[in-house]
Design a protein around this ligand. Sequence first.
Ligand code: SAM
Length: 419
Amino acid sequence: MDYLPLFLDIRGQRCLVVGGGEAAARKITQLLEAGARVTCIAPGLCPAVRELAEAGAVSHVASRFMPEYLQDAHLAVAATGDAAVNQQVSEAAKAMRIPVNVVDAPRLCTFVMPAAVETSAVPVPGPHGTRFGAGADEVTERGVVHLVGAGPGNPDLLTLRAVRVMQQADVVVYDSLIGEGILDLVRRDAERIYVGKRCNRHSMSQEEINKLLVRLGSAGKRVVRLKGGDPFLFGRGGEEIEALSSCGVAFEVVPGITAASGCAGYAGIPLTHRDHARSCVFVTGHLKDGTVNLDWEALARPQQTVVVYMGLGSMPEICRQLVRHGLPAATPAAAVQSATTDGQRVVTGTLQTLPDLVAAVGLASPALLIVGEVVKLHRRFAWYSPGPRAQAVPSASGAPQDPQALDPAVLQLMQRHTT
Ligand SMILES: C[S@@+](CC[C@H](N)C(=O)[O-])C[C@H]1O[C@@H](n2cnc3c(N)ncnc32)[C@H](O)[C@@H]1O
């Protein structure tokens, strides 16, 4: 860690901002929102800062920076646009042991003001136009449930809105695909309730989850219901808001990046590349009574990309049915595991070869199946190198990244089926 995450209480404290331009205006706004008393040192002011100074929200000293101005300052921000002055502010503040932030110069800072932290203290509009939650410790009069899409696993792919509400939550109710990196962004004091699947058993039924959300929302809590990907795509988000709305509990839906977008983006497979696909369909390969019940005629169309969620276990059956209903056995297909994370693995082959390749490398859940000519583009566009936890995996349409790591049986399969 380069920095220790901290939340500073600067209400009523004198904070110094050196500079009077747009960058200074942004910093001043953040400091004012956190309740600071701001002194701005600058020979001239941009309209935004002048307006604040004229309104009495900021004390303005029309001068160049001098170290004496740092006396009694709780923290300092250098935002002058002049590197030499910014450096002078940084050095003077450090010498006086005053925390200092310098715009666009992380090496001169002793603290940073990241967007997510900056915005967490800002009152945000609630659902249905209401306002709620001005600060982490403020209790809302009326509970609200934020149904938040947490994306495919990489915390960097959360939306700003998701992080905002996560930082204001009293309670977070989360599923099994939500990793530690994402949970780390939830307000530290929030209660955490796990409702995902463990060892193939739901720790809570959907009905129980619905009741829990209604109970928490009715008790006046700010609830974040964290779901993998997007809450409305194979995520039962519709059922949850149905329960909330019928009980009069306010809710908000925060869309997330769905697994199909995460897998396609990070595997370099443009789902609707114009040269290869005119349509793209998302289906679930979830087995019901041991069979996959899909409209195979509609799926086995040329120039179409088919994305199958929850299709790992049923992959042999899905590939078989697509061929039986008219797609060539040589149609390119890919399976992507844990997309967007350090554990991402991509296996490519054809409808004929993919199930064996996937079994041979032991691909595990969560994994997504992509079928269609667009899969061929992976060879050219695979840009993402997962971290050290990922294992090298074969690509039947390309060279393996690390042949040393491959099982000989997999190599044999690849040699037999290379497209
Ligand atoms: C119950 S569905 C939830 C889908 C989620 N609501 C979404 O929009 O992505 C879970 C399935 O999504 C897919 N999935 C989710 N995250 C994934 C990831 N990081 N990599 C590959 N597949 C993923 C897998 O097919 C998994 O079985």
